[in-house]
Write a protein that binds this ligand. Structure first.
Ligand code: ATP
Length: 331
């Protein structure tokens, strides 16, 4: 079999269980690089043929070899500089990382693609509607706060001296995360699923009555992601969903040589007028695909088998190997 020559590997966290399960289902041997405390996890689930213990994730990039195809996920992005220099085989387009990881570049990409984005206010004096204040480098929405006007912002930002932030229009609607896959081998955009994030404490503030919130005083919303909840959207919205995905792919080919391919996610809010506002793109597998390790309703309709995003990646790699086209999807 063509895939005997290559193993599939990843860092042991984020969506590794899904990636490794999918790789094994497609007939690959698998390798996981993980911290010592995670070894029992990957042993227990039986998805890793080889477990390599590391002290820090950054060590992974020195240990890659020419027969392990590394699948990136959220834990890789924290080490973006090392990742860019990484030798060995990387699934995806490294050029896109610079666009994904810089808020200004990302915005340029999405707006040139014709995607609706929340307005950005350069100065607090321009605030004319509710804003969400996002700190640079914040992970998982930690510390974000809402402000209704300039005065409110000034009062709240006083607690965060010296921090860099972005003032973004707060879109009233429901958060929604769209899981796409673009296949180079089939030249096709696929929608594999949707999720919404379970964020602490914003998703539970409604359990406290307004009267008690006022009494408690200190209840400000925070957006720390602690889990992901599966979601199926109104079917009539799917046309828009595909349209946005195609636009993002088309624009990605103008800003980089090979464009975006494989799994990616548009992250945004859907308003009562049924308009999508996108505030972020992740150019890789997202943890929101984890509820679908045995497939999503959408992947079932398309594949009639258990097709997770992790398995879809492995299938693409397998077909690329069989058609001698691996170089088109490996950096
Ligand atoms: P990560 O990079 O880990 O996904 P982050 O720190 O970049 O997280 P965001 O995803 O930008 O954080 O935002 C966190 C949460 O804040 C979102 O899930 C959503 O609930 C809310 N949010 C972000 N931007 C907006 C917006 N413009 N309008 C309304 N809600 C928003």
């Amino acid at each position: 079999m063509a895939n005997n020559k290559y193993k599939i590997g990843t860092i042991g966290s984020h969506s590794a269980l899904q990636i490794l399960r999918g790789a094994k289902d497609e007939g690959f041997e698998t390798v996981v690089f993980c911290k010592k405390n995670m070894t029992p996890v990957y042993k227990s689930f039986g998805v890793a043929d080889e477990i390599i213990e590391i002290k820090d994730y950054s060590e992974v990039f020195e240990q890659c070899s020419d027969n392990i195809i590394m699948i990136p996920h959220g834990s890789f992005i924290e080490h973006i500089e090392k990742l860019k220099e990484m030798k060995g085989l990387y699934y995806g387009n490294k050029e896109i990382l610079d666009w994904e990881s810089d808020r200004n570049q990302e915005r340029k990409w999405l707006s040139n693609a014709g995607i609706k984005l929340p307005k950005i206010f350069q100065n607090a004096s321009e605030i004319d509607r509710p804003v969400i204040v996002k700190f640079h480098g914040a992970q998982g929405g930690k510390g974000y706060f809402l402000a209704r006007d300039e005065q409110d912002f000034k009062t709240k930002i006083a607690d965060h001296p010296d921090k860099k932030y972005q003032l973004q229009e707060y879109i009233i609607g429901v958060p929604m995360y769209i899981h796409y896959f673009y296949s180079v081998i089939h030249e096709e955009l696929e929608v594999l699923g949707f999720d919404k994030r379970y964020e602490s404490n914003v998703d539970s503030i409604g359990r406290i009555s307004a009267r008690d919130q006022m009494a408690l005083k200190s209840v400000d919303p925070s957006y720390v992601v602690v889990g992901n909840i599966p979601l199926v959207i109104r079917e009539s919205l799917l046309g828009n969903v595909f349209d946005m995905g195609h636009k993002v792919i088309k624009e990605s080919r103008k800003i980089t040589k090979n464009g975006l391919f494989g799994p990616f996610c548009l992250e945004g809010v859907l308003t009562p007028e049924q308009e999508f506002y996108i505030f972020e793109i992740s150019a890789r597998i997202v943890a929101g695909t984890n509820p679908y390790i045995s497939g999503s309703p959408y992947s079932y309709v398309k594949y009639k088998e258990e097709m997770s995003t992790g398995r879809r990646i492995a299938r693409e790699i397998k077909q690329a190997i069989e058609k001698d086209r691996l170089s088109e999807i490996i950096n």
